[in-house]
Design a binder for this molecule. Structure first.
Ligand SMILES: NC(=O)c1ccc[n+]([C@@H]2O[C@H](COP(=O)([O-])OP(=O)(O)OC[C@H]3O[C@@H](n4cnc5c(N)ncnc54)[C@H](O)[C@@H]3O)[C@@H](O)[C@H]2O)c1
Length: 349
């Protein structure tokens, strides 16, 4: 079996490669990444991409020829992966996240790829505090990032057919330790604050809802999507990937962190404007279709693994919201130093 994983050198990718390597020791794993965050290793014992058989350093906007020869499955993670980056680089976000995804899917279909797994996002529901959103609920993407995921899903649906199975996993917000940890995610931010300075600073009033999923369970869901049969959702499937128990209010996440890290002070911004990114998500479809691949990491375990990982790094940067563990910060630095063009293409290297 030959599997292409795009965006494998980010936060989620190393966990995906690790899982696939362990369950499919004989598969040929091919990574493709432009390497924006390649330097951001966090406790990795070996370069995570060494577990792949082939690594392309390439941009999804201009794919190498022969890339898809004899490939059975594509796992498409490569993206500008949050709202702050999407706001700063809006046109590029549509080019990378939407247009390039569709180009890749069309090439994959033509090359005979049988299964295409797309890393989508629950953020496409926008504000959704009233009732948990199902896959049938109206979409309300509020940002360029969320819109790029909606546009891609819509067009992928038209490409799916017998022999070209498409699965859009609408992931909850990720959390947990990885070989390339990022701290611009809510739970990771809280644990980093607790470890570095015994402080958790909640930027909202703490009431917004946020569904979460540990990165290891994202990899598990991806494994399910690769192998799912047509009676598990049909040729095209968009499914919320996460679990009911992980629909948390932000203040409860902070309290859970304070249970694990002693003597932590939690500050809440009582005057904050209502947070538009408050949403609850219904994961019944995923539970029904993938009973053997449900998330298994619990919140406290995820927090403990983050805490241990950060301590192992000797992490003590109270100003981490301005550090290399913030994806936007890395791109902005590379831009200022002249290594990335305004379109986020490598230059002067
Ligand atoms: N992290 C989350 O909370 C979350 C939640 C839902 C969905 N997702 C989706 O999962 C995927 C992976 O997320 P992540 O947290 O690992 O993000 P990440 O930013 O850590 O990794 C993305 C990777 O894509 C690569 N990439 C970006 N543009 C590229 C291009 N033009 N060509 C080749 N490679 C490119 C980057 O170099 C990076 O290694 C993304 O599609 C993201 O939208 C993430």
């Amino acid at each position: 079996m030959k599997i292409l994983i795009t965006g494998n050198m980010g936060y989620v990718g190393p966990c995906v490669i690790k899982r696939l390597r362990s369950i499919l020791p004989d598969a040929t794993l091919i990574g493709l990444d432009t390497g924006f965050f390649a330097n951001g290793l966090t406790n990795a014992k070996i370069l995570p991409e060494c577990k792949a058989d082939i690594q392309y350093f390439a941009d999804v906007r201009s794919l190498p020829s022969g890339l898809l020869d004899n490939v059975d499955t594509v796992i498409h993670l490569a993206a500008i992966s949050n709202d702050p980056m999407g706001n700063e680089f809006e046109d590029v976000t549509f080019e990378i996240n939407y247009h390039s995804s569709i180009r890749l899917a069309k090439m994959a279909k033509k090359a005979g790829v049988k299964s295409f797994v797309f890393a989508s996002s629950c953020s496409m529901y926008g504000t959704a505090e009233d009732e948990a959103r199902t896959e049938e609920s109206p979409l309300n993407p509020l940002t360029a990032y969320a819109k790029s995921k909606v546009f891609t899903e819509k067009e992928l649906e038209t490409l799916a057919e017998n022999g070209f199975k498409v699965t859009c996993l609408r992931f909850a917000t990720a959390c947990g330790m990885s070989d390339r940890l990022r701290l611009d995610l809510v739970l990771n931010d809280f644990v980093a604050g607790a470890v570095a300075s015994k402080k958790i600073t909640i930027l909202s009033d703490g009431t917004p809802w946020r569904p979460l999923i540990d990165v290891k369970d994202m990899a598990k869901a991806i494994e399910w999507a690769i192998f799912r049969q047509n009676d598990q959702g049909g040729e095209y499937l968009a499914v919320n990937a996460g679990s009911e128990e992980w629909n948390y209010q932000v203040k409860d996440l902070a309290k859970a962190v304070a249970e694990v890290v002693p003597d932590v002070n939690i500050s809440i911004n009582k005057d904050a404007m209502p947070d538009k990114r408050s949403y609850r998500v219904n994961f019944d479809r995923f539970k029904r279709l993938a009973p053997d691949h449900q998330p298994e990491v619990d919140l406290i375990t995820s927090i403990k693994e983050l805490k241990n990982g950060l301590e192992e790094m000797g992490f003590n940067d109270a100003n981490f919201r301005n550090s290399q563990y913030m994806r936007l910060r890395v791109l902005t630095d590379l831009r200022h130093r002249g290594y990335l063009s305004e379109n986020l293409e490598w230059q002067n290297i």
